[in-house]
Design a protein around this ligand. Structure first.
Ligand code: DCP
Length: 363
């Protein structure tokens, strides 16, 4: 076993058994993923006036007591409205061993619904980063941006990864791995700053009738975050078709689901994370960075040809996005050891071998 890396499923179970991860009720089926743990909402959502960070001097609960406007009981499910900020204590609590830190991220399904989420810990000065040996509660900031949602105690909107030491591959190691494993199917891989570029597909897949993406509708009905295959696409999304030019004008502050031109591959001994591309190239960006599981796009796990789904927004000004334009980068990290299960069929995963794909809530 390596000395540094991302903790795989069996090490996450070991954290639970050792009391480094505690919950008031047993973990749910499938909550432990190959390289992450899904975090569950607790019993109350606190509507707050504005987002905040506790900072080194404070616990989240202290600031919450001052800033909360209203309490929403989540035990039987409740509506969380667009444009509002809620803070929800999570069921999972940490008492991490020395040398183990953690990072959180919205689940892919959460990002695809444009639900903004970030994890907070006591005394933290940054969102989504949990320092080494942290002992204390976790909270989720939730702000639905486009669709009003129904969520409840136990809903899983975000996930956490545990890391021992430095796990990321540098530029050289990344290129070496790409040469042997083809991480991103592109004739000219663009590796820069330890990340490998992902670009937009605006030509559409063969047989897709020119469909290249979706733009979210406004003033829609609710979305229950726990119901799969429940909704009609056209009630929530406007399909986008390309005719002559493979380009798309992004309207400021509209939310788009697009797909990467490149197929993506995460070999079993690695995990990846998408980071937004440098905003200096324009005021548009992938809005929700995401975790990519070990085995995603891996042929041995039924994933050949899997694309990355890209949630894109333009800010300030309309922006013309062209086919092949870079929008994000994948950073790869070592797993501490190979996970017991890989992303794919065994886990009932939703997005293996996907092309342009909305969240699992749509039929
Ligand atoms: N912007 C992103 C982020 C992730 N993914 C892919 C890679 C991940 O391995 C996969 C699943 O991601 P999550 O575990 O975050 O998603 P869910 O938990 O919502 O889905 P599943 O139930 O399939 O695990 O989606 C993607 O295509 N585009």
């Amino acid at each position: 076993m390596r000395k540094t890396g991302i903790l795989p499923d069996r090490e996450i179970s070991a954290l639970f058994e050792a009391g480094a991860l505690t919950t008031p009720r047993p973990l749910d089926d499938g909550q432990i993923q190959p390289a992450s743990l899904d975090l569950r909402l607790g019993e109350t959502a606190y509507r707050v006036r504005a987002s905040f960070l506790p900072g080194p001097e404070h616990k989240v609960a202290d600031k919450l007591a001052r800033l909360k406007l209203h309490e929403v009981d989540l035990t039987d499910g409740a509506v969380l409205e667009t444009g509002c900020v809620y803070i929800v204590p999570l069921l999972e609590r940490l008492d991490l061993p020395a040398g183990v830190a953690a990072a959180a991220n919205p689940k892919s399904s959460t990002g695809r619904l444009d639900i903004f989420t970030r994890v907070m810990a006591d005394h933290c000065a940054e969102f989504d980063k949990i320092p080494e040996a942290y002992a204390g509660p976790l909270y989720l900031e939730v702000s639905p941006r486009t669709f009003p949602i129904v969520a409840r105690t136990g809903s899983r909107l975000s996930q956490i990864r545990f890391r021992r030491g430095k796990a990321a591959l540098d530029g050289e190691a990344l290129l070496d791995l790409h040469r042997t494993e083809t991480l991103v199917a592109s004739e000219q891989p663009n590796v820069n700053g330890g990340g490998i570029a992902l670009s937009i597909d605006l030509k559409g897949a063969a047989g897709a009738g020119g469909l290249v993406g979706y733009r979210a509708k406004h003033h829609t009905a609710l979305i229950d975050v726990d119901k799969r295959d429940a909704l009609n696409v056209v009630d929530y999304w406007e399909p986008l078709f390309i005719r002559d030019q493979p380009e798309l004008i992004l309207d400021p502050d509209e939310f788009y689901i697009l797909v990467s031109r490149e197929a993506v591959h995460v070999p079993p001994d690695y995990a990846a994370e998408m980071t937004p591309f440098d905003p200096l190239v324009g005021e548009f960006r992938v809005h929700y960075a995401g975790f990519f599981d070990p085995g995603f796009g891996h042929s041995g796990a039924g994933g050949t040809g899997s694309r990355a789904v890209l949630e894109v927004r333009s800010h300030e000004v309309p922006f013309i996005l062209e086919h092949g334009q870079i929008v994000g980068r994948l950073v790869y990290e070592h797993m501490l050891s190979r996970p017991k299960a890989l992303y794919g069929a065994d886990l009932g995963s939703n997005y293996q071998a996907q092309g342009l794909k909305l969240s699992k809530h749509f039929r």
